[in-house]
Design a protein around this ligand. Structure first.
Ligand code: BGC
Length: 739
């Protein structure tokens, strides 16, 4: 085997083409094909345009992530990952560019249809399950877009300004879960900067956190064109620049090594990672069963649909009723969003056809997809609605509203769709609205005028038959919102800071994203995170938590007359005095299927991290000692029951200095009692110093000590500081072990 020259190694650090790594057969280095996902395979057909947007091999179009996230069902995601892996293998693809686990910071983000949730636990659990399924087929995952890629506006230039606690608690955990649990073969670094440094050049992100803290052993792949300075990117930990070839990068790397700016070892390290990536791939072309995958796409679509509203049990419809099917989407469904994830489906189910074969159905398009005046189409639809028992109106966002590369400017439905709903609801009180959208849309001002609403997202190629089966009650809906539906765009927490300007976007809402904000500030959304109705009813009883706070239990009973699935959401709340925190945060969830009358005990596991916050003073996770509420929610707002648990804290005091606030000195087990005594002695009130503490707790310590009458010298304070900082109490350190 011929050893590689420096130039050859440098060339290997970029793709050999748009969709493959470079091969050196003489050195026994093969190449793998990379392709987009994750809701289906997008392998560009050779000879198509380079980006491959025009044409790719037919593949099963599963529901995009915004839909399947509503399933709250990791087992389903695992099966989806496996199916995509089988299709990748059949097409000799070795690495899938997905899943996308960026947090839905704003409903305006143009790629929200590709992301799971506003909540990091949901994103992480579902993403990890998908990766597990995919990688079980011998095809690798590249989790993306790492990190802080929560908007499309200026995605290649903007710096996401995110404080560390917010990064650690909101924007990084989904990646952390996937990396620590599933060891994805790759991670895709994002286009944007994080706190001033391009992700591709961000050593803290790609090396300190990803590799050193989380133990990532795969390859970092750049997003397509995300590398600005190849040498800096290499030094930070970007192994593979895509697409390739990149002659300029190759030259830059060679001269940087020659000039001693980077060492050849840096090059060798990335070469080794790319070789490992290539050798891991087992992409032997094996055929897959198209029909089976279509059925899985159908199942996934069923679990994606969320029944938002169902007054007087209008749904399910009976086949005895005549149904006016209204809306061009019923005939021409939107399966997915636009951009790099777009799949060419193997077939497409139509909801109109599925309904027509089982019930008496009339159809009117109601609106056109063009810019024409829809008055005539609307009048025709109204006539149809008036002459049928029920009207089902399919409305939603047009293709152009949801595409990679741009954000939305509003969350409204097209005016002609809103007008159509109003006109139909006026003539037929039994009107059902079925929504087609990847990012959430406003349900105002028409919400109250219709008795039933189905959030049908973008459902992939089998969505049509799935929606028909839910409307007719052949299947009971079980989806729950993984994203809050606000009443107004201006209610959303990032409203004032989205999308920033060309250079920077400040994540001013901090960790108060989605329900964390609405619940904490008590702003009512239209539908809270986690909401979802069923055709049956469930009763929850016997709420419990073990004394160590590790295992929560609740008994769920199906009290209705249909089989159905319920989702138990476990939130942890509590007054974390040390730092401001959301009112409650989702820490576990479980979906259960129950026959009528059936009961089951649902067990949900918690870990020490479920109680922890990222402490910026000590740069680590800390648990504040005290009482926490363990809340069993049907949504983030509808808490069916709660129990309390007392946790002993991690007990690691913050390092003190003279400028630390008095409150930190009081929290410290060594200095706390001393300071408390001094303050009590200085208090007029007979309250042990409580009123003084209130007034001075935010003061820097040294300033307090300089106040006349305080009886402690700087020498004494210096001594106390030393004692406090060296005498770290280990008592509680072993209390929580990682698992
Ligand atoms: C997108 C990625 C995608 C890549 C390859 C980029 O523009 O951001 O999500 O995987 O293109 O198509």
């Amino acid at each position: 085997m011929t050893p590689l020259t420096l130039a050859q190694k440098a060339a290997l650090l970029a793709g050999g083409g748009f969709w493959n790594t470079l091969a050196y057969p003489e050195a026994d280095i093969g190449s793998i094909i990379l392709a987009d996902g994750p809701h289906g395979l997008r392998r560009p057909i050779r000879g198509g345009d380079e980006l491959g947007l025009a044409d790719s091999v037919p593949a099963t179009c599963f529901p995009p992530s915004a839909g399947v996230a509503s399933s709250f069902n990791p087992a389903l995601l695992e099966r989806l990952g496996r199916a995509v892996g089988e299709e990748a293998r059949a097409n000799s693809v070795g690495l899938i560019l997905g899943p996308g686990v960026n947090i839905k910071r704003s409903p305006l983000c143009g790629r929200n249809f590709e992301y799971y949730s506003e909540d990091p636990l949901v994103s992480g659990e579902l993403g990890a399950a998908w990766v597990r399924g995919l990688q079980s087929t011998g095809v690798g995952a590249s989790a993306k877009h790492f990190a802080g890629n929560n908007q499309e506006t200026n995605r290649m230039t903007v710096s996401a300004q995110i404080d560390e606690r917010t990064l650690r608690e909101i924007y990084l955990p989904a990646f952390e879960t996937i990396v620590t649990r599933e060891q994805p073969w790759a991670v895709t670094c994002s286009y944007n900067k994080v706190n001033g440094t391009f992700s591709s050049e961000n050593h803290w992100l790609l090396t300190t956190v990803l590799r050193e803290e989380w133990g990532f052993d795969g390859a970092v792949v750049s997003d397509w064109g995300a590398v600005d300075d190849r040498v800096k990117a290499l030094a930070a930990g970007t192994d593979l620049e895509m697409p390739g070839p990149q002659d300029g990068s190759e030259r830059d790397i060679v001269s940087a090594v020659r000039a001693g700016e980077i060492s050849e070892l840096d090059v060798d390290r990335s070469v080794a990672r790319i070789k490992t990536l290539v050798s891991r791939s087992n992409a032997k072309a094996t055929p897959y069963d198209e029909t089976e995958h279509h059925e899985l796409a159908y199942e996934a679509a069923l679990e994606s649909v969320v029944l938002l509203r169902n007054e007087n049990d209008l749904l399910p419809l009976s086949t005895d009723q005549s149904i006016a099917v209204i809306g061009a989407f019923a005939q021409h469904p939107r399966l997915q969003g636009s951009g790099s994830s777009q799949v060419i489906p193997t077939r497409v189910d139509s909801v109109l056809e599925s309904l027509s074969v089982r019930a008496t159905v009339g159809f009117a398009p109601g609106y056109s997809f063009g810019l024409s005046d829809d008055t005539g189409l609307r009048a025709e639809a109204v006539e149809l609605a008036a002459s049928h028992d029920v009207a089902v109106v399919f409305v939603g966002l047009p293709d152009a509203d949801e595409t990679e590369g741009q954000d939305r400017e509003h969350i409204e439905l097209p005016p002609s769709h809103v007008a159509l709903i109003a006109a139909v609801a006026k003539v037929n009180p039994k009107t059902v609205v079925v929504l087609t959208n990847g990012g959430v849309v406003s349900l105002e001002p028409w919400h109250d005028s219709v008795p039933a609403i189905l959030e049908a997202w973008l459902l992939g190629q089998a969505g049509g038959s799935a929606v028909a089966d839910i409307l007719l009650g052949a299947v009971n809906p079980s989806g729950h919102l993984a994203e809050t539906i606000p009443k107004r765009l201006s209610d959303t927490p990032s409203f004032l800071n989205f999308p920033g300007d060309r250079d920077s976007v400040r994540y001013g809402e901090g960790m108060f994203v989605g329900y964390r904000y609405y619940e904490t500030v008590d702003v009512a959304p239209r539908y809270p995170f986690g909401h979802g109705l069923s055709y049956t009813t469930f009763e929850w009883t016997d709420f419990g938590i073990t004394r160590d706070g590790r295992v929560a239990t609740v008994t769920v009973t199906n009290t209705g007359d249909r089989a159905g699935a319920d989702v138990v959401q476990l939130y942890v709340g509590g007054s974390r005095k040390a730092v401001r925190s959301p009112l409650r945060e989702l820490r576990a969830f479980r979906k259960v299927w129950l026959e009528p009358g059936e009961s089951t005990t649902v067990t949900l596991g918690l870990t020490w991290r479920s109680f922890a916050y990222w402490d910026i003073a000590t740069s680590r996770w800390q648990v504040t000692a005290g009482q926490y509420g363990i809340e069993f929610g049907r949504s983030s707002h509808d808490i069916a029951g709660s129990v309390k648990v007392t946790m002993q804290g991690t007990g690691e005091p913050k390092p003190l200095d003279f400028d630390s606030p008095v409150s930190d000195w009081l929290d410290n087990p060594v200095s706390g009692p001393v300071i408390r005594r001094i303050l009590a002695a200085n208090s007029d009130a007979n309250d042990g110093g409580a009123s003084v503490i209130d007034r001075v707790s935010a003061m820097p310590m040294l300033r307090l000590m300089r106040l006349p009458g305080v009886t402690m010298s700087e020498t004494q304070l210096t001594r106390l500081l030393k004692l406090a900082n060296n005498n770290v109490v280990e008592k509680f350190a072993g209390m929580f072990s990682r698992n």
